[in-house]
Design a protein around this ligand. Structure first.
Ligand SMILES: [Ca+2]
Ligand SMILES: [Ca+2]
Length: 387
């Protein structure tokens, strides 16, 4: 489009006021990432609405630094301190709505563009501390930041320079999903990533295979099996099953689910995948059963995989209620006596993965009931090899 056509387009589409000055056109708005930017400060009006900054004032808090500069460097454009956001929605709601999730996802993606993934991850970490609804969606939101980072740099290596494992390594998953999603030579590209042999990377590749195959589980597992090392195949399959059973549908819809018999898929897996399948299947089961007693009976029928299933149940419940470990402990207490320790073990393992640290879990153990403290400490010790 020519300049004049561009301006006409803006006027027609958005009703922006244009004035003629000495024969030349000027407009009071321009397009930036995310839409119109009325005050020309580099932040779109819609982005400023999320930030609550003034869309007709380039320096909302009048401190001498423009809104754009403050956001670009992770500072609060409304006053002192650093940038953080809060979720919207009814106070009683424990989770963000799909609409609010999309709004937050757009916000963090724009932040990656305006600033960089490190600032976006920092802002998300701070926002999660003060807003439990954001905390509960943190893993999905870091996935989105990973996707935005790959879209910005068009290079997994560059995007992974900002890698950190907060909220269950979702950033890594997102980058690898985006990188493999557009691949023309999937195995060659996948094998060129993870050169360091990092277990978390192979797990992320599993997510990437699911993204590439549009959630075709058998095909993704076949790609995982192309790795020569058993440990790489295993980690890769974990990413595949995790993606399959993460049925919140916020990221993309899942194909291989059976609500009438959620464990049917696990029963028909080859022996080498059964454990992994039973560990992740509870993530789907907890979306089907709101009643804890019914929920916790689900694993009991799964024979030799009952304990793995219960570890997965504890992990899934912790992921869903990351802001409330006491509540998860109470749910675990409703399992059969012999299975409670597995539920606690799973609960603690997800807590470690979420915070990518043993320290938070070490602080958690003494807050649990006396009967569970030892199980918690043993679970922490068994994860020490990760750090
Ligand atoms: Ca603006
Ligand atoms: Ca300012």
């Amino acid at each position: 489009m020519s300049l004049v056509q561009n301006i006409s387009f803006a006027i027609v589409m958005y009703g922006i006021v244009a004035v003629l000055c000495s024969g030349s056109l000027s407009v009071y708005a321009q397009e930036v990432h995310g839409g119109l930017d009325t005050d020309h400060d580099g932040l779109s009006d819609s982005f400023e609405k999320i930030l609550s900054t003034h869309n007709e004032k380039i320096d909302t808090d009048s401190d001498g630094y423009s809104d754009f500069l403050e956001v670009k460097h992770g500072y609060n454009p409304l006053g002192e301190g650093v940038l953080a956001v809060v979720s919207r929605g009814p106070q009683a709601s424990k989770d963000v709505s799909v609409e609010e999730y999309n709004r937050l996802n757009d916000f963090f993606s724009l932040l990656v563009d305006i600033a960089n993934p490190r600032i976006a991850l920092d802002v998300l970490r701070r926002s999660s501390k003060n807003d439990t609804r954001i905390l509960r969606s943190c893993h999905e939101l870091v996935h989105g930041i990973g996707h935005a980072a790959y879209a910005k740099y068009k290079s997994a290596q560059t995007a992974l320079q900002f890698h950190n494992d907060m909220c269950g390594s979702g950033y890594l998953h997102g980058v690898l999903e985006a990188a493999l999603g557009s691949s023309h030579s999937i195995l060659k590209d996948a094998h060129a990533l993870c050169v360091s042999g990092d277990a978390k990377c192979y797990h992320g590749i599993g997510h990437g295979f699911m993204y590439f195959t549009d959630n075709d589980l058998p095909k993704s597992l076949a790609y995982c099996s192309a790795y020569k090392k058993e440990s790489a195949r295993k980690r890769c399959s974990e990413g595949v099953f995790m993606e399959n059973f993460s049925s919140d549908q916020l990221l993309h819809p899942i194909r291989h689910l059976n609500s009438a018999d959620p464990f049917a898929l696990c029963r028909k897996q080859k022996k080498r995948y059964k454990d992994t399948c039973y560990f992740y299947a509870p993530r789907y089961v907890i979306t089907l059963h709101k009643d804890a007693a019914t929920l916790l009976k689900q694993c009991s029928k799964e024979g030799g995989y009952r304990d793995t299933c219960m570890i997965g149940m504890g992990s899934a419940l912790m992921k869903k209620n990351i802001d409330d470990p006491t509540y998860v402990e109470r749910l675990c207490a409703q399992a059969q006596k012999t299975e409670q320790k597995y539920c606690i073990q799973g609960m603690v393992s997800y807590y470690i993965v979420h915070y990518d640290s043993l320290e938070e879990a070490k602080k958690l153990c003494p807050t649990l009931s006396a009967a569970n403290v030892k199980t918690c400490r043993k679970a922490v010790a068994s994860h020490s090899y990760l750090f």
